[in-house]
Design a protein around this ligand. Structure first.
Ligand code: UD1
Length: 430
């Protein structure tokens, strides 16, 4: 099994370019099946999750072609509405975006229940409530979600919880419904706005994305477009946090600073120096970081997808920090691994109480999910000695060239496939 091996201790210094946002890309790819015309998408990340979705789209008869590493051309004129089920698509969360997209286009969708990171229960009741309000009958049968309608009509939908996935899914189906749909208590994440902009560039009428209330006037059909995906907020945040963890000096480029405000604010409280430019931010962290408290919240609050990374940083701070996870109920599973590296963290329900330690020590650990996996890599980068990280397939689902980008910043990290390569690395850096 492939793993990362890291020799910790180097401060990370230099510039890193951020790729397109994974979560925006997944929604936009699904939405690109809603027209017969050709769609060209730029800034498309080359990661496992996006590639799995592209493969599944091919299974449906959708033509997809990467004209460059980060540009994809999609034509769904010959798309067929087969049930969606394969071993890979079962593992990703965003498979459910095909329900909204196919329901909009074909008025029927049958998609295997979504997987994704095991960070909580992750129900889909709000998605189903939205589809039902639009006139679809919606049920779960034999492990599939089935949604079908004679026709879709606009509706007034109030989401009981702020859900990114439900907002995106309802927005897609409502785009091809008749009449007006209003989504209240909508998610405001940058990728919700990006999807709305993408759909509008295809002829949709969506207003208010980025606020609590989204208004969609249904259209009969969508047309082709050329569109560039926004930069990845979480990849950027992860590298910013890498600077704090390793006491480094990292300039993160190809970003939208506005999307990173909650992360930048915390880094400043932690004593890092930040300088912001139009599409870059430099994060310098010279001294031991200061403790602080963090609560994850829907955007513009501090993202739950950055919770493990900031916890790893605060684990090394001077003082006691409290991190409260308010979105997912099971997102502290990595703390055991971090404890084996010397962290002093106590978890009580949705709260982690972190007593900062002076150093982490290398250990053999495993990535429990995507973001926690990336966070544990950050811990390994600063730990004394060697850290081996198993289950890196989780990390590579959502970070393009992760270890290579870290290496370019000065990290001593290798992706190894067998014991011999691991031993060679250990001997080289002993
Ligand atoms: C998306 C992101 C994920 C991120 C999360 C929160 C993608 C592919 N994934 O996940 O990386 O961590 O947003 O920013 O974009 N909920 C319900 N019922 C529903 C739907 C959600 O109760 O029908 C609850 C969830 O259990 C959770 C909260 O709402 O507690 C937020 O979930 P949601 O925003 O839907 O997350 P995802 O779309 O799954």
């Amino acid at each position: 099994m492939d793993k990362y091996i890291i020799k910790g201790g180097n401060p990370l210094v230099g510039e890193v370019e951020i790729t397109g946002a994974k979560n925006a890309a997944l929604a936009i790819l699904a939405a690109s099946t809603m027209t017969n015309e050709t769609v060209t998408i730029e800034n498309m990340p080359d990661e496992a999750d996006t590639n799995v979705l592209l493969g599944t789209m091919n299974d449906l008869g959708v033509f997809t072609h990467r004209t460059t590493r980060h540009t994809v051309r999609v034509n769904a004129a010959k798309a067929r509405n087969f049930p969606i089920d394969n071993e890979d698509i079962k593992k990703i969360r965003a498979s459910y975006y095909l329900i909204g997209a196919l329901l909009g286009r074909f008025k029927r969708a049958k998609v295997v229940l979504p997987g994704g990171c095991a960070i909580g229960l992750r129900p889909i009741d709000q998605h189903m409530k939205g589809f039902a309000a639009l006139g679809a009958s919606c049920r779960i049968e034999h492990g599939f979600i089935i949604a079908e309608a004679k026709e879709l009509h606009g509706a007034h939908i109030y989401l009981d919880v702020v859900s990114v996935g439900a907002t995106i899914n309802i927005m897609m189906a409502a785009t091809l419904a008749s009449g007006q749909t209003i989504i209240e208590n909508a998610a405001k994440e940058p990728h919700v706005v990006d999807l709305a902009n993408f759909l509008n560039s295809m002829g949709a009428h969506i207003k208010g994305a980025g606020t609590d209330v989204i208004r969609i006037r249904g259209v009969e059909k969508l047309h082709g477009t050329d569109y560039a995906i926004i930069p990845d907020q979480i990849e950027a945040g992860t590298f910013m946090m890498a600077s704090a963890v390793t006491r480094g000096d990292i300039t993160v480029t190809n970003i939208i600073p506005k999307h990173l405000e909650s992360i930048s604010a915390k880094l400043k409280e932690m004593g890092c120096e930040l300088s912001e430019h139009d599409d870059a931010v430099r994060v310098i962290c010279k001294d031991r970081i200061r403790s602080t408290h963090v609560k994850t919240l829907p955007y513009p609050g501090f993202p739950t997808d950055m919770q493990p990374q900031i916890t790893v940083a605060l684990g090394l701070s001077a003082g006691v920090s409290i991190v409260t996870e308010s979105i997912f109920e099971n997102r502290f599973k990595y703390i055991d691994e971090l404890t084996s590296m010397g962290a002093n963290i106590k978890v009580e329900g949705s709260t982690a109480i972190i007593s900062g330690v002076e150093r982490y020590t290398g250990a053999h650990i495993a990535a429990p999910d995507l973001r926690a996996g990336a966070a544990l890599v950050l811990a390994g980068l600063v730990a004394e000695g060697f850290t081996t990280i198993d289950n890196i397939r989780f990390i590579e689902r959502g970070y393009e060239d992760f270890y290579m980008k870290l290496r370019a910043l000065g990290a001593t990290i290798e992706r190894v496939e067998d014991e011999r390569s691991e031993q060679r690395f250990r001997l080289k850096y002993a």
